[in-house]
Design a protein around this ligand. Structure first.
Ligand code: UDP
Ligand code: BGC
Ligand code: MN
Length: 317
């Protein structure tokens, strides 16, 4: 009798676990999605360097080899140090010296209180990016006030700094994401690109087709066209879905690279408090595009410091 009872409980438990797994959002995840074939990537790229950028090199850089590079980077690199003589300028700017790059990219990282992750990110990213023969600069935008974290507003602030420096391409990038494939070129495509479509946290599967968070590449003109991101999302969630709604309003169709090229490692971290207003805001995302964004961006710049590996902009929102 007791044995039969135990069996029943075990059976019920298995059914419940099965239902939970089945109903989990990731069950609807995409093992594959539309993407730009490797052989077509070059023609989709947005060739443009920053306004004031001049290269001492004569020959144009070639991007074929990196796009067809099949290797995977080791995430252990983030625990090490950069090699001596890395030629990164104060403020975290780099360009190749033996060829003329075709792309200038501002990498913008929203940040607060994850010092160890930031250190690993900077070391890893400079090692990753220097192989790609692009001109780039890393901006870290730190929220210094104690309000809930506002990722989107920090990204708007970073974008404004990148516009000032004349960057034609923005990569908006979480600090805990490490791109694993050198073939994932940090340059803009003509279509806004969702870069982190294959993250270990989601078992390397895209949770839903309109996901536009984590790491994305968008041209500065496209970002201006949609008035940047909303400034209203305090706390976790929704701000990236709001950005997707803006792409729809602007009739900008997103694109991606192949899942294998788009693999990322997310460093583990604590979960944030969810934003209370995120669902409400998202319902009216399309109505707010013209009166909530770059044109209504207000904040106090506390300091800007050029560190050896990044430009550090501290802001009070
Ligand atoms: N972030 C941060 N400090 C925080 C919260 C968020 O630096 O306290 C930044 C960081 O770049 C992080 C991104 O915002 O990668 C997204 O937040 P989080 O990683 O918590 O969200 P997830 O995308 O993992 O759900
Ligand atoms: C949230 C997004 C988040 C996504 C993946 C969605 O429910 O609204 O902000 O990026 O889940 O975690
Ligand atoms: Mn994260």
């Amino acid at each position: 009798m007791r044995h039969a009872y135990k069996k029943k409980i075990l059976y019920c438990g298995l059914v419940i676990v099965g239902v939970i797994i089945f109903l989990h959002p990731n069950m609807n995840a995409r093992r594959t999605y539309d993407f730009i074939e490797k052989r077509n990537i070059l023609e989709h790229l947005y060739d443009q360097t920053a306004q004031n950028f001049t290269s001492p090199a004569i020959l144009d850089c070639d991007y074929h080899d990196i796009l067809f590079d099949d290797t995977t980077m080791s995430i252990n690199l983030m625990d090490g140090d950069l090699i001596e003589g890395h030629r990164i300028k104060d403020g975290g700017e780099f360009h190749p010296s033996d060829c003329k790059p075709k792309f200038s990219t501002a990498i913008i990282v929203p940040y607060r209180d994850r010092a160890e992750t930031l250190r690993g990110f900077l070391v890893y990213m400079h090692m990753f990016l220097r192989r790609q023969n692009i001109h780039y600069r890393i901006y870290v935008i730190e929220q210094v006030d104690m309000r809930p974290f506002n990722r989107a507003k920090l990204l708007n602030i970073g974008a404004a700094a990148a516009f000032k420096a004349g960057y034609p391409c923005l990569v908006l990038h979480d600090v805990d994401l490490l791109p694993l494939k050198p073939a994932n070129l940090y340059a803009c495509t003509k279509c806004p690109r969702h870069m982190s479509s294959s993250i270990n946290k989601f078992r390397f599967v895209l949770p839903y087709l309109s996901l536009f968070g984590g790491a994305i590449a968008i041209t500065s003109s496209q970002f201006k066209l949609i008035n940047g991101m909303s400034n209203e999302y305090y706390g976790w969630g929704g701000e990236d879905d709001d950005l997707y709604a803006r792409l729809e309003v602007g009739e900008l169709k997103l694109c991606r690279f192949a899942p294998d090229t788009s693999r990322y490692h997310m460093v583990t971290h604590q979960t944030q408090q969810k934003g209370e207003k995120r669902h409400k805001l998202l319902n009216y995302a399309k109505n707010r595009i013209n009166n909530d964004g770059l044109n209504t961006l207000r904040y106090t710049e506390v300091a800007t410091v050029l560190h050896p590996l990044f430009t550090h902009i501290m802001v009070d929102l």
